[in-house]
Design a protein around this ligand. Sequence first.
Ligand SMILES: *Cc1c(COP(=O)(O)O)cnc(C)c1O
Length: 216
Amino acid sequence: EPIQGEGGVRTPLAEYLRQVRALCDKYDALLIFDEIQTGMGRTGSFYAYEMYGAAPDIVTLAKGLAGGVPIGAFVVTEKVAAAFHAGDHGSTFGGNPLACAAANVVLDTIADEDFLSTVKSVGAHFKQALMDLQEKFAEHITEVRGAGLILGMEMKQSKDAAAIARLMLERGVIINCTAGNVLRFIPPLIFTKNEVDELIGILERCILDICEQGGL
Ligand SMILES: *Cc1c(COP(=O)(O)O)cnc(C)c1O
């Protein structure tokens, strides 16, 4: 994954991915990026790898690809495609016309530059608001990372992270806790700055209630 999702929103150095690309070229190995979480405009680019300047030979997509209608895709370069023949890569529901029609609508929507630039600007606003919280609660929050609308806030204590995710749910906001101590934010791509502000208000309240007042 160009940015690890379940792994705790870990962002690599661009140089790391470029070196992996160079090693794959050197040894004639295929480079596969799993962009199931990071693709489909999530980071503000269509694919996250575009930000890093290291293109893979194969990309996997799913989740956001058809906006909730179940679909997965395995996208390859022309060179890799030449190794496939019809029927080599079968799946019971592969080529499902309903799912493909939904994916076409999503692709038309997301491939729009204005749509992607909104994801970038709402994401930047969100990340700044999380960094402001980090400054306020420096004893409890160790790092804010991510790009576009895949953001993570690393808590010093796993128990705080888990308690915050639970309390947020009670207060109507679904976030989750990945890698033990990282709160992960992956809202719908139509998220607005006002919704970011509303979420941050609730989050701040939860942090105050849990970290500052010594737990529930
Ligand atoms: C959800 C997810 C998968 C699994 O996708 P399926 O379509 O269920 O196979 C794989 N990789 C990442 C990063 C995911 O988030």
